[in-house]
Design a protein around this ligand. Structure first.
Ligand SMILES: [Fe+2]
Length: 192
């Protein structure tokens, strides 16, 4: 197969790529067990399986030497007092990094390492975030509009969602008195 250079555009306000291969939609059911307020989660789910975030991917081989890339759109909203967020993951190959460029919205990236370090960095339009190797990452929309980011990471990185699904991240982003706040995850370190 002849592999040719390609281009696409990310146009405001929606930033949906003018070319993409996969459109992934994550709803409330795919986030079961991730939000700390279980009764708020169940009550919301009873109203319908809300769309929380979407990813537009350009398909490239999952091989070292390739760069996987696309757009992530986290919609605004909360489950209880906890903001809409992505599942979050480590890379299966831990020693692989990722770059995010925030295009629109207000949010944060919640990150942690297996060694116990954690970090939260603000995502605002025009801001570039470098996630070094070993850092699990989850985007959280703390604003009132879509949080839109462009991401790029090595083709062989892979996704390990399971580690996060077991107990979540060490830190949660919740709303307190109308403002985002970082709090400890009560579920963390207590096992499943
Ligand atoms: Fe990643």
């Amino acid at each position: 197969m002849l592999d040719l250079p390609y281009t696409f555009e990310l146009n405001a306000p929606g930033f949906v790529p003018t070319r993409y291969d996969n459109h992934i939609k994550r709803t409330l059911t795919s986030m079961k067990g991730q939000y700390h307020d279980i009764s708020a989660y169940e009550a919301m789910l009873a109203e319908g399986d809300a769309l929380l975030y979407e990813v537009y991917e350009l398909a490239r081989p999952h091989e070292s030497g390739e760069v996987l890339h696309g757009i992530s759109i986290v919609h605004p909203g909360k489950v209880g007092d906890e903001y809409y967020m992505t599942k979050g993951h480590f890379h299966t190959v831990l020693e692989t990094a990722e770059i995010y460029v925030c295009l629109a919205g207000q949010g944060v990236m919640v990150m942690e390492t297996p060694e116990g370090d954690w970090a939260v960095e603000a995502l605002t339009p025009g801001r570039v975030l470098y996630v070094p190797p070993r850092w699990a990452h989850r985007s959280v929309n703390t604003g009132a509009a879509d949080l839109i980011t462009f991401f790029a990471y090595p083709g062989h990185a892979g996704h390990d969602y399971g580690t996060i699904e077991q107990q979540g991240f060490r830190k949660l982003m919740v709303e307190r008195d109308g403002l985002p706040e970082i709090v400890d995850n009560p579920r963390w370190g207590k096992g499943g």
